[in-house]
Design a protein. Sequence first.
Lengths: 325, 255
Amino acid sequence: MSRTYLIIADHRDGKLRQVTLEALQAAKIAAREGDRITAVILGSQLTPIADELAEYPVSDIHLIEHDSLKHYNPEAYLAALSPLLESVRPDAVFTGHTAAGRDLAPSIAAKLQAGQLSDVIAIEHSGEDIVFTRPLYAGKAFEKKVFREFPWVVTVRPNNIPAAEPSGGQRAPIVKADYAPAPSLRSVVKDVVRKTTGKVDLAEAKIIVSGGRGVKSADGFKPLEELAELLNGAVGASRGACDAGYCDYALQIGQTGKVVTPEIYIACGISGAIQHLAGMSRSRIIIAINKDPEAPIFKVADYGIVGDLFEVVPLLTQEFRKVLG
Amino acid sequence: MNIYVVMKQTFDTEEKIAIENGKVSEDGAKFVINPYDEYAVEEAIRIKEQSGGHVVVVSVGPERTAEALRTALAMGADEAVLIADERIPQDEYALSNALAAYFADKSPDLILGGNFSVDNGAGQVAVRLAELLKIPHVSSITKLELSGGNASVHRDAEGDLEVLQVSLPALFTAQQGLNEPRYPSLPGIMKAKKKPFRQLTLDDLGVSADSLKAKTAQIELFLPPARQAGRILQGDLPEQAAQLVELLRTQSKAI
């Protein structure tokens, strides 16, 4: 029997997020010949996003467009999605493990009384099974899991599964779905405030410049921000820096906080507590800058500079600027 | 106001993880209330202190979980419930349905939980519970204000701040920044010993083990390869900075 995989697209600022293509790739790996991969986008003013997604190998794209879906609202999104879930009857739902995806997916799983695997970092075939790898203890351990029955719900962690390639030929047809907002919504989004200073999301950043207690103050983050901006990266922080009030908790990387896997992680004035290492030790290259040569962070760093971050970081910015022009 | 907190006991985040016989070794491990659930417990107690109410802490887990529940009682919760039954598998479908069965004859005004647990990290159970109970939810909140039958909450969405208004009953999951959890006081610890503590099985909940069969299965558990310490650069700082950028270009091909 042919199966149907449903991709829930994630987007931001009118652009498709890369993680959507990673979720699509995960579904492609799981799908067998003859299976159907369909996609849905929820929000308002979705045409440019749909046009972008149409380049990729999906059989069709459902648009659920309404002003009341402009911002993510768990109740409204699930209500908007429900008719589609009933008509498409997906055997599997794939989406990103993002602010919206990680919240929406368990609601869908509960609605379908389905199993869910969250925060998946790899997917592979093993005999008849499709095997999913996901972190435990924020990456201190990993597990491989399988589903015992359909339907499945899967969220994939950004930056881990390669993105699907464009289909290079036919564009996927775009179908507008009817949507009438539920009359009795019990939750309303009143306001959305953009707090992140940088434009690059921490979870999807290729380069992260992260500060610990060693930055000493909120102002101490300035040289880090400058370096991150030059490298088109994002700024992160350790729990120490967040607890000391130097930065917002939204920046925290670690077992409490976010787990990140960038290409380059530059730890500035971070000693390297076990709970912080759990959140960043799968970065491809780790650079540690710390005054204390005994700091545990050096034990996991590919390159270490023993020195004051307030001297080293501006020097690095200068050197990178030379190279990057 | 009937306030419930769904919580879990987890390893302390400073613990290293070791695998023994295909399982995570619990030998000598320090257990704590899952840090995100601790914010939920604290918030529930603050609401009770400010506007009155009754706080029940509920957990599904092994017997050792009793310690975490007692800590929550010592912080100021009124009543604890431990659903301990080996027939409940470690699967979010099963865990959320067991909790939903517990809530079947309750009338919560507010259910609080953590954004995710620092061990499994899936962030599913609380959100699933809201859907099973057909009440609205907002996850990852950093602020909660109640007024009349409504809650105004701030949600942390990957750094953005979303302000939502939700009518009660509703479920919220706590993000870091919601509050600063208190330490249990000595009188609190003494009082906790006299507070109601109930332990329930699936039979008490009227749920058959058959209906809670896991939808997923773990087939392998492994530790990541240990990272090797790399190079500490030498020379004066401007030289080291130049060297690092050069290494990133040539050796690591990262820029």
